[in-house]
Write a protein that binds this ligand. Structure first.
Ligand code: NAD
Length: 468
């Protein structure tokens, strides 16, 4: 019902920028509009042209001004963006998408992230500067479509680059809207056209064209393993922000009331779409009942073994040859109530998360579901908890969480799981700056090592020497 209301609201809303009626000339593509092109070649050539203008005629201070306008536009349009994503992808929760846009607009680093290193002495002066790559090809996921476009645009422009986006085909309208919004914001403060561009109908062919184009100097992919592999095989420098499957450990020193509430809030956030969202729990058996009872007080519903079997049939598909499970994409990011209705489990309308007790290698543990379904595994001690958590994380070097007051357990898990994000006694979103310190990103590059990406990751090191 909320969605229907929002759909009708959107029809009455218009993009809020102060260049609604700007009379813009397009460069080399009459069908283009505010960075959205029919043709991938034109999307790239316009971004190449824009990058030359940006690097020759705009100072760092002016780039910061441009970024301020992008932040403003993202905040002013957050309701429209959240509504559009729901309409197009049918995944997630409206209120959480608003929060994600606020986070990305406010806390993605800008030009302040760039630093210069200098050495001076008897032999002169040497400086190493962070310089732009030029034009970046960025691939974005369906699960955070506009959040990633806004995040990448801020960081990449801050570093002096321009960017061509190949968005997920299932979120192409949102991506086009975000690109248009960003270009209008840039132009409104005197910035050049086409600092960010995209293709109206992104495909694997347009992605291939971006990967192979000689003017694209850096690739940055946010999404699943297939896409990351494609980028890493391209022969070009690539930043790969791939899949996660974050485990949570709860030991018997933890504040169990807090853990129960916080884990459910993190797991059900945007219906578990974020790659960082809690995906499975390993709890000491002596506090497991207490943890479950606290989860049930916080909008969770527990299902039994038979109901788990029905849920497996609904949301997973098994490959008979490899015996591996994959998700039924139809169910990604759906409301918990829809699953429960489908397997005939009565639940209140307030339900946000489905919990179930399973074994350590259960398919719900080993598969990145991106659904508000949280498998819970009882463990006897920290050794078993860490062993199982590592197996579930599958060395993706993504994210992991623990609730504990035992310093040894906290340290050991952090060292052994070795993830890019490791949060102690708080929910997953603390790892990207929500109700915690540190900046925000929506591109977490675990496998290629950049980690919590920001402007500095979109730069080349350039040394300038004055000798003698
Ligand atoms: P997806 O992999 O289906 O799509 C991501 C992008 O890659 C899309 O633009 C898509 O068109 C393209 N793509 C898909 N398969 C491809 C292939 N074989 N070769 C080349 N390109 C391909 O992912 P999704 O469903 O949109 O997003 C969810 C996934 O992304 C999850 O696995 C999640 O963990 C991951 N993710 C990671 C991060 C991060 O920062 N590490 C952030 C968000 C999402």
């Amino acid at each position: 019902m909320i969605k229907d209301t929002l759909v009708s609201i959107t029809k009455d809303l218009k993009l809020k920028t102060n260049v609604e009626n700007a009379n813009l000339k397009n460069y080399k593509d009459d069908s283009s509009c505010f960075g959205v092109f029919e043709n991938v070649e034109n999307a790239i050539s316009n971004a190449v042209h824009a990058q030359k203008i940006l690097s020759l005629h705009y100072t760092k201070e002016q780039r910061e001004k441009i970024i301020t306008e992008i932040r403003k536009a993202a905040l002013e349009n957050k309701e429209i963006l959240a509504t559009m994503i729901l309409e197009e992808t049918h995944m997630g929760r409206y209120e959480d998408k608003i929060l994600k846009h606020e986070l990305v607009a406010k806390y993605t680093p800008g030009t302040e992230d760039l630093t210069t290193t200098a050495w001076s002495g008897d032999n002169g002066l040497t400086v190493v500067e962070m310089s732009p790559y030029g034009v970046i090809g960025a691939i974005t996921p369906s699960t955070n479509p506009t959040e990633t476009v806004i995040c990448n645009s801020i960081g990449m422009i801050a570093a002096g680059n321009t960017v061509v986006f190949n968005g997920h085909p299932g979120a192409k309208k949102c991506v086009a809207f975000a690109v248009e919004m960003i270009n209008k914001a840039i132009i409104s403060c005197g910035g050049p056209e086409n600092l960010v561009t995209t293709i109206k109908n992104p495909t694997m062919d347009s992605l291939d064209a971006i990967i192979k184009h000689p003017s694209i100097k850096l690739l940055c992919g946010t999404g699943g393993p297939g896409m990351v592999k494609t980028l890493l095989n391209s022969g070009k420098k690539a930043i790969g922000a791939g899949a996660g499957n974050p485990p949570v450990i709860v030991d018997d020193t933890a504040d169990i009331e807090k853990a129960g509430k916080s884990i459910i809030e993190g797991c059900s956030f945007d219906n578990n779409l974020p790659c960082i969202a809690e995906k499975e729990v390993f709890v000491f058996e002596n506090v497991a009942d207490d943890l479950i009872s606290n989860m049930l007080k916080n909008n969770a519903v527990i299902i039994n073994e038979d109901q788990v079997s029905k849920l497996i049939d609904l949301v997973l598909q098994k490959n008979n040859e490899t015996q591996e499970y994959s998700i039924n994409k139809k169910w990604v990011g759906k409301d918990a109530k829809l699953f429960l209705d489908e397997i005939d489990v009565e639940s209140p309308s307030s339900v946000k998360c489905i919990i179930c007790e399973v074994s350590a290698r259960h398919p719900f543990v080993m598969t990145e579901l991106m659904m508000p379904i949280l498998p819970i595994v009882r463990v006897k001690d920290i050794d078993e908890a860490i062993e199982y958590a590592k197996i579930a994380e599958q060395n993706r070097k993504h994210s992991a969480y623990i609730y504990s007051k035992n310093i040894d357990n906290l340290n050991r898990f952090e060292r052994e799981i070795d993830t890019t994000i490791f949060v102690k006694n708080a929910k997953s979103f603390a790892g990207v700056g929500y109700e915690a310190e540190g900046f925000t990103t929506f591109t977490i590059a675990g496998s290629t090592g950049e980690g919590i990406t920001s402007a500095r990751n979109f730069t080349r090191q350039r040394r300038c020497v004055l000798a003698g």
